[in-house]
Design a protein around this ligand. Sequence first.
Ligand SMILES: N[C@@H](CCC(=O)N[C@@H](CS)C(=O)NCC(=O)O)C(=O)O
Ligand SMILES: [Fe+2]
Length: 371
Amino acid sequence: MKPIQLFDPASSTYTYVLFDQATREALIIDPVDEQIERDLATLREYGLKLVWTVETHAHADHITSAGKLAELAGARTAAPVGCGIGTAGVQLQHGETLSFGGEVLKALHTPGHTEGSMSFVWRNHVFTGDTLLINGCGRTDFQSGSAQALFHSITQILFALPDDTTVWPGHDYQGRTHSTIGQEKTGNARVAGKSEAEFVAIMAALNLPKPRRIDEAVPANLTSGLRHDLDGALLMQPSPVQGGYAGDVSAPLAWQWVQAGEAVLVDVRTDAEREWVGFVPGAVPLAWKQWPGMALNPAFDEQICAAAAGDKKLVLMCRSGVRSIAAAKRATELGLEAYNILGGFEGDPDAQAQRGKLGGWRHLGLPWRQN
Ligand SMILES: N[C@@H](CCC(=O)N[C@@H](CS)C(=O)NCC(=O)O)C(=O)O
Ligand SMILES: [Fe+2]
């Protein structure tokens, strides 16, 4: 079985779609924002259900469509833990796997092009991102790149794979599509037969111009591509409100704050709702019930103050973003900095219609589980 290989001519980026033949569950590696219509059409054409979007690294030359694909196709987002992509629902560790149907993709930490870069193994294929290119390799002069680390990643990690493993690179600037580990071991001009010192000298002498879109692309990619357009910019800022609490935040921004240790997520749905629909890992469960006495409920007050642990922001989530406003107002009365998560866990159909997006926590690729 082979991956579907797709090409973005503007950035010479390869995107890969892998799928399980029996269940039609699919995974996409390094999707490009401008190609989202092509990618959705590809999924439709093959009859696939996208379950994962995966990044090899935070790209410097194009913007990912991961956040949009999560919303439009219902996929979950995964990215290497060392890349700082705070909005990705799964922060991949070395050796970790992702399943799609009966198929498994395994993450290998291959730093060098960037500190967090990963390659991914599926059957006898390896998706090398910009770690190993055909007869080349990614540059190492930005994003905590390191020629020493790259040499180690290529020669010790990737070259340890069987020689007949097919290499699918993140880019090719000369129209080549794939190679093998064996071919790169013997023929890659930068590494074959080279010492680490020779490799480091080659990389130091490259003097490549800065990628054209780096200043725009890297920040956008740190939020799964959600920051670069007007809507995305709005998604990644709290919107102030008049009504007695700190503001409204999108689920991706709330999640980024939680990942950064700045905020605590409080799930104000009931236990029964959580069990029925789904949990967010690490959220503090503290139900806000819609009855008049709730605003003077000492147990709620005590627990929400404890959740804030002194000075953390609180981000409050309910099913569709209504009860969480009442709860945020009460927390504000108690002197806490409390925000409402727009759309809640499920998404508010009216709000979605008005804003055109904001599908709620579980449609945005953020982490949740069934029980
Ligand atoms: N001209 C391209 C440069 C792209 C570039 O620098 N690509 C990186 C990967 S993000 C790389 O490692 N290129 C290796 C090379 O050009 O040899 C642009 O402006 O986007
Ligand atoms: Fe790159």
